[in-house]
Design a protein around this ligand. Structure first.
Ligand SMILES: C[S@@+](CC[C@H](N)C(=O)[O-])C[C@H]1O[C@@H](n2cnc3c(N)ncnc32)[C@H](O)[C@@H]1O
Length: 368
């Protein structure tokens, strides 16, 4: 399968609209509802747990947040080694807090529907489940799909299980999340959550949970044995006390979705996110793609070089360094790609010069 070609495959409004709970909703009306949803998610979060969605709100959410959230899974899967992706492709999936079926659809889309497991969506909201069924069955009629209000018991098949939390971790207590992980008895657990300091704190507790239960981190950290250097630094140095590790997706969506964003005045071309992937045991041996440098913050671009902060595993030490990447080490095409880089990608690199202990001049392998 040509996974790379799938990168460009996005959902368009025309494609999904026939499967909305309210298919006749006009774009301007969608935009008005989106503005209200945005306020609820960013400013007025206390109403979220008791929120009762209407059919038009669910449709508007599907039009914009479903379609843009899909890009996050696509990006993450592009970062994973091919053989791990192949294993995930054959998993049974539980999408917890599936909403309108967002990450089931993202998963199906990524693999062009060529998946073999059972796909299960879980949500406490009946209207969300109704929408998820309509969209997933409408768009992927051949997929094996089931929907529940609670975690279903394990199936009697040999398939491994991937449990996905997509923007649902942040609506749950740590205690609830651990309970769901235990009940799902999944082999892989994926989080794709908002890129906020609150979620980072929550994620660090989940990371500790996997350390205690002898699990393994597959993204973004190279190992659970080493402390997160961002956390170490923020605890040690006052000037970093408000720092947190997150990724930033950068890109564009289908023009029908971009237009909705303009109407609703919501920018989803830059999406901060916190995405982590764990395995519940150490059966899987990591390959060396996990020892590349992970680009965690863009610092600066001068006429001659890019300056990035990277998270690096070196001599069994996990540390944060600065990479200065001279533009003359790149072709014009590479420099153009590099400007569009999403935060959180990892690269092979070649050290050209050690400027000081934590500052290197390097050449990166961008197009490999
Ligand atoms: C922000 S939406 C995310 C929807 C979708 N995953 C996405 O990323 O587009 C969070 C969803 O989690 C669901 N949810 C929150 N708490 C839940 C719980 N305890 N059990 C099941 N679903 C829950 C909500 O009903 C809502 O549909």
């Amino acid at each position: 399968m040509g996974f790379e070609s799938v990168v460009m495959m996005r959902f368009t409004l025309d494609e999904i609209k026939p499967f909305f709970l309210e298919p006749k909703l006009e774009d301007r009306k969608i935009a008005t509802i989106l503005e209200k949803i945005k306020v609820m998610y960013t400013i007025d979060r206390k109403g979220l747990p008791s929120k009762k969605w209407t059919r038009t709100e669910v449709s508007a959410y599907s039009a914009f947040y479903l379609t843009t959230n899909v890009a996050k899974l696509t990006w993450l899967f592009d970062q994973l080694p091919r053989e791990l992706k192949e294993e995930l492709r054959h998993c049974d999936i539980i999408d917890f807090g599936t909403g309108p079926g967002t990450y089931l659809l993202a998963f199906l889309r990524y693999f062009e529907g060529e998946v073999t497991g059972d796909l299960m969506g879980v949500d406490k909201e009946e209207l969300m489940l109704e929408q998820a069924q309509k969209l997933t069955r409408g768009l992927y009629p051949k997929a094996s799909l089931e929907f529940f209000q609670h975690i279903p018991p394990p199936h009697n098949d040999q398939n491994k299980r991937l449990l996905i939390f997509g923007n649902s971790l942040n609506e749950l207590s740590d205690h609830e999340v651990i309970g769901i992980i235990e009940r799902a008895s999944a082999d892989y657990i994926l989080f794709i959550e908002p890129g906020t300091p609150v979620v980072y704190d929550q994620m660090m507790k989940i990371r500790d949970h996997f350390k205690t239960t002898k699990g393994q981190v597959l993204f973004p950290c190279p190992s659970l044995d080493l402390a997160c250097p961002v956390k170490v630094r923020l605890e040690k140095e006052d000037k970093y006390k408000d720092d947190w590790c997150h990724q930033v997706w950068r890109g564009t969506h289908d023009q029908s979705i971009e237009r909705l964003g303009q109407l609703a005045k919501i920018d989803r071309k830059v999406m901060p996110m916190i995405t982590h992937l764990y395995a519940s045991n150490k059966e899987r041996v990591l390959d060396d793609s996990y020892t590349k440098a992970r680009f965690i913050r863009f610092l600066n671009e001068s006429k001659h070089a890019f300056l990035w902060e990277v998270c690096l595993l070196e001599n069994s030490e996990q540390k944060i360094c600065q990479f200065e990447i001279p533009k003359k080490t790149m072709s014009k095409k590479e420099a153009k790609e590099f400007k569009k880089l999403s935060v959180g990608a990892s690269f092979d690199y070649e050290q050209l010069k050690e400027i000081n202990d934590h500052h290197y001049r390097v050449k990166v392998n961008i197009l490999s």
